[in-house]
Ligand binder design. Structure first.
Ligand code: ADP
Ligand code: MG
Length: 693
């Protein structure tokens, strides 16, 4: 990027924020606007008003506990009128490096009367240091108007960003071509691109501050809409293209129906029937299915997946089941074998811990078409794993897999149908964007007879009380999990903690009760054995690290004790809790914590209050933001710049509708071609991940 005022150092800081080209800077939206039209000399200020003051630092000091930088930081300001104004910041010690006597600053805030000093004061005013030689351009940019506030990019502060964007807007030729289809612009009364950019970075004197700060000025609306519109157009194009590919038209014969009936261990819920109907309809189409199956933990997704598997197998095809962890793959292997084995289908398990000889053997079975269902972890994706005739790929826990991995699996067959299952309920808005290229089926009903899990919060010092309730449940014939936190990198440490607790529980607290141990470092065979024993009720308590987070299914287990629950995320705790409450008995989840941070307390409170995965996911998303929520870059959360998925749901819905009808019925072929080209040139970079799959 070449812009006056951007040297290599600044360019690097901007780039770290994803601001590489001029276009990036122009769409770097202010997160707030301030009305600085009211600029006054200190002497004319009145308590109670919001005002901007241009002043000079006279002195600065910290009172309270200066060395720990936690005290009250006070700066005395003065101006040419001779007035005095104190700026006060609690815990403002860090500001001692910012303010120096003689500096000129602009302050914005609410004026108060400080009875202690008898002067006027501002508590935590917004401030900007005005350079002595004003190398950042015109001071009138920064005061005396509605001023945009940007999030700093490294040391490039809001003031510098304001100057930069203004310099760019003033120096480039007005953008006369508007990429948005004009029909849509007219219909929605959207301002053109150039006007919108101007208004975004330098709102005029008549701009509505309230609208601006609600991100709903016409300019902001347009830019938000536009971001979603291109994204949704891209997704819709991809979706249309995918659905035009030739695929397998599975026949839904009487025999298929009968075999499904034969397999079913219980009567499916209405929701399960509904989603199977959707899946079966897709499978019967001569095009590939791309469907997301969403449902809360324990809602019975696996059963639906097995029904879909039967459709494929009875049509002479193989089924691949891809799971993110070995434990979950193993669990799926057991349940598929249990239900489908009785129909005479061959189910095999392929994971990283198979020996080379086993792998070879398993690969032969898959390649020869002798295995009907191939369950596995990433090991399934290795290039030398071949299928005889892959017809259906089931991917569990999608958010842990990248789009590329889904693709890798699909390429092992000739356009197989794809069913993605996720146990993390994703709020609708996010599902629309992340999985925008998938059709969505939702299981919104729990199997009958479930009692809501009772969740309790207990502090560490009262853990004895927890063990006595566990004892009661075991005496009543139930089973319990005791789980230890594991942060991925420190499985060893968690293992040690689990091991210690295992010793403590099995020798001291429950000497007469068989206790099992399950952690990630165990050899695969031992893991299987530990799960098997617990499944059969031979062990009554299973001490585990979070390896059991997903997939384990023991309906007789009614207690889930989570140690150091404050160290888990909301979604993870909800997943863990979903391991109980799978039978008809009342189940309990006990969250044991040490001292809680505010965020930790909020998480625990949310869980105690709610059993609803969707509600919990919404809260989680709000607490952490979309990037963190999904944890990985590969998750496909698009890099939105002006738009915010949480805040702008309404705009997203509008954009999605417009994008779909535009792609399905473009006003002309020329227009469609132009739009496709535009997305490729301008948006691929940003949404790259979403569009490659
Ligand atoms: P999910 O994968 O959605 O978390 P599972 O498929 O593991 O849920 O099902 C959770 C539990 O509910 C399992 O024990 C399963 O056997 C049981 N289950 C599933 N469907 C039904 C049903 N229709 N009626 C009774 N129990 C069911
Ligand atoms: Mg499951």
């Amino acid at each position: 990027m070449y812009v006056k005022g951007v040297g290599p150092a600044r360019a690097a800081m901007l780039e770290a924020k994803g601001l590489r080209v001029v276009e990036d800077l122009l769409t770097y939206a202010p997160f707030r606007y301030e009305d600085r039209t009211n600029v006054k000399p200190i002497r004319d200020l009145a308590p109670g008003e919001m005002a901007t003051v241009l002043a000079e630092v006279q002195s600065a000091k910290t009172t309270g506990m200066p060395r720990r930088k936690v005290g009250l930081f006070q700066v005395r300001f003065t101006d040419a009128t001779g007035g005095l104004l104190t700026g006060k910041w609690f815990h403002g010690g860090y500001l001692s490096d910012v303010f120096a006597p003689g500096q000129r600053v602009s302050l914005f805030g609410k004026v108060e009367f400080d009875s202690y000093t008898g002067h006027l004061a501002m508590m935590h005013p917004e401030y900007e240091i005005l350079s002595s030689v004003d190398d950042e351009g015109d001071a009138s940019l920064h005061t005396g108007r509605i001023v945009p506030i940007y999030e700093a990019a490294g040391k490039v502060n809001t003031r510098a960003l304001r100057t930069l964007t203004n310099r760019i807007l003033a120096s480039i030729a007005p953008i006369t071509e508007d990429p948005l289809p004009s029909g849509i612009r007219t219909m929605l009364k959207l301002p053109d691109l150039w006007t919108a950019l101007q208004e975004l970075h330098r709102p005029g004197p008549n701009a509505d501050l309230r609208l601006l700060n609600a991100f709903r000025s016409p300019a902001q609306f347009r830019l938000i809409f536009e971001e979603f519109f291109w994204l949704e157009c891209g997704l819709e194009l991809k979706r249309t293209k995918a659905r035009q590919q030739p695929g397998i038209a599975f026949a839904l014969t009487e025999r298929v129906r009968e075999r499904i009936k034969e397999m079913l261990p219980f009567r499916p819920t209405g929701a399960q029937k509904k989603v199977l109907g959707e899946i079966a309809r897709d499978m019967a189409e001569p095009h590939p299915m791309y469907r997301l199956l969403q449902g809360d933990v324990g809602s019975g997704k696996t059963l639906v997946a097995m029904e879909a598997a039967i459709i494929a197998i009875e049509n002479g095809y193989q089924v691949a089941v891809l799971a993110p962890t070995e434990i979950l793959a193993t669990q799926h292997y057991f349940s598929f074998k249990r239900q489908l084995g009785k129909l005479g289908y061959v189910v095999i398990l392929m994971t990283g811990s198979c020996t080379a000889r086993e792998k070879l053997q398993l690969r032969r079975l898959a390649a020869a078409g002798l295995a009907h269902v191939i369950v596995g972890t990433h090991a399934l994706l290795e290039p030398d794993v071949e299928f005889h005739k892959l017809g259906l790929a089931i991917v569990d826990e999608q958010h842990r897999f990248g789009v590329e991995q889904r693709q890798a699996l699909m390429e092992k067959g000739a356009h197989p149908d794809v069913l993605v299952m996720t146990a993390t309920p994703i709020p609708r808005t996010l599902a629309l964007t992340i999985y925008g290229d998938l059709d969505v089926s939702v299981i919104d009903e729990m199997p009958p007879g479930r009692k809501p899990i009772v969740t309790e919060h207990v502090t560490e010092d009262r853990v004895e009380q927890v063990w006595s309730s566990v004892k009661k449940q075991i005496q009543a014939g139930r089973q319990a999990y005791v789980v230890y936190p594991v942060i991925e990198e420190s499985e060893t440490q968690a293992m040690k903690a689990a091991l210690k607790m295992y010793e403590h529980l099995s020798k001291i607290v429950f000497p007469l009760v068989p206790v099992g141990l399950l952690h990630g470092k165990l050899p695969a065979a031992d893991k299987e054995a530990a799960m098997e024993k617990f499944s059969k009720g031979e062990t009554k308590i299973l001490v585990a690290t979070t390896v059991i987070e997903v997939g384990v299914d023991v309906p007789n287990a009614t207690v889930m004790v989570v140690e150091q629950a404050e160290r888990f995320g909301l979604a993870q705790l909800h997943q863990l809790r979903g391991r109980v409450g799978r039978g008809g008995e009342q189940s309990y989840c006990i969250l044991v914590t040490g001292k809680l941070s505010d965020a930790g307390r909020e998480r625990i409170r949310t869980l105690v209050k709610s059993n609803d995965g969707f509600e919990i996911a919404e809260t989680d998303l709000r607490l952490r933001g979309p990037g963190e929520f999904f944890g990985t870059r590969q998750s496909g959360v698009p890099a939105l710049r002006v738009a915010n998925i949480l805040r702008d749901t309404d705009v997203l819905e509008v954009a999605r509708g417009q994008a779909q009808s535009f792609i399905r019925q473009p006003s002309s072929d020329v227009e469609l071609r132009r739009v496709v080209g535009y997305i490729r040139d301008h948006w691929q970079r940003r949404y790259g991940l979403v569009l490659v799959g």
